[in-house]
Design a binder for this molecule. Structure first.
Ligand SMILES: NC(=O)c1ccc[n+]([C@@H]2O[C@H](COP(=O)([O-])OP(=O)(O)OC[C@H]3O[C@@H](n4cnc5c(N)ncnc54)[C@H](OP(=O)(O)O)[C@@H]3O)[C@@H](O)[C@H]2O)c1
Length: 235
């Protein structure tokens, strides 16, 4: 079995890769980082550098790796050192909006484009994308975070569209959008104060839920948006 974790250096991606090592002791795991290779080694694990906004690098990686059983994209962006998500429309900045689209929406589409052939197998395969419930239009009751919300809504539409195309082309592949819940990582760190008690959980809890999804999902579930608690989220 071959598992590819895009963004294995992130809070959730790293926990998913640890969980995969534990759950699939015979699997070959390839994990990518963008900035610095994490100081974690394992005989089953290979780290590769990948900038997910560079299509050429994604194409090269797919040519290099061949068939894949599970691909998880755990890359994401919410804030930078000088920019936080918008509280109101006055905070809107087109460059920040584009950065959200560039990192939250486009990479999964490029990954689907270049890994379609790698995921076409007689056995079950998985294309799993980390989304966020905040990208659900029907669930939006509080407003704010315009760019992040819009980038995740666009991601959901793109991945749903890919799942429909692949039902015919890759009938054994489950294309799933996964909401991890509020997980304790660098991405959520600035926004953890004041959360209702019990809302924040560890990346290990998130990873366990994601692996549980892989073990229970069927290709007929393809094109759904699933929360860490196993429930389906409305678009
Ligand atoms: N944490 C939460 O509460 C929460 C809630 C809902 C949804 N999510 C979603 O879950 C996913 C994972 O989030 P997280 O909390 O694990 O975030 P995180 O700890 O900040 O990790 C982000 C990951 O994205 C990678 N990345 C950023 N820019 C990249 C680029 N250009 N090329 C390649 N990789 C790049 C980072 O790599 P480097 O570290 O090497 O830069 C890192 O691996 C995201 O899609 C996020 O939107 C998270």
């Amino acid at each position: 079995m071959k598992i590819l974790i895009i963004g294995g250096s992130g809070g959730i991606g790293f926990a998913v890769l640890r969980r995969c090592l534990h759950t699939y002791p015979d699997a070959q795991i390839i994990a990518t980082y963008n900035n610095q290779s994490p100081r974690f080694e394992h005989t089953q694990l290979e780290w590769l550098k990948l900038d997910v906004v560079e299509e050429q690098q994604i194409e090269q990686l797919s040519n290099q790796l061949g068939p894949i059983d599970i691909l998880v994209n755990a890359v994401g962006f919410l804030h930078s050192s000088d920019k936080k998500p918008e509280k109101t429309i006055d905070d809107f900045d087109p460059a920040f909006f584009q950065e959200n689209i560039r990192l939250n929406t486009v990479p999964s589409i490029l990954l689907a484009k270049h890994f379609m052939r790698s995921l076409n197998a007689d056995d079950k395969t998985f294309f799993i994308v980390l989304s966020a419930k905040i990208g659900s239009i029907s669930d939006n009751r509080s407003g704010g975070w315009l760019s992040y919300r819009a980038s995740k809504s666009a991601l959901n539409m793109a991945v749903k569209t890919i799942s429909i195309e692949w039902k015919r082309k890759l009938p054994n592949c489950s294309v799933l959008l996964f909401h991890p819940g509020t997980t304790d990582t660098n991405l959520s760190k600035p926004f953890q104060r004041g959360l209702p008690s019990g809302q924040l959980h560890s990346s290990e809890v998130t990873a366990k839920a994601l692996l549980n999804l892989i073990q229970t999902a069927h290709p007929s579930d393809s094109g759904t948006f699933i929360s860490f608690d196993g429930t389906e989220i409305d678009w």
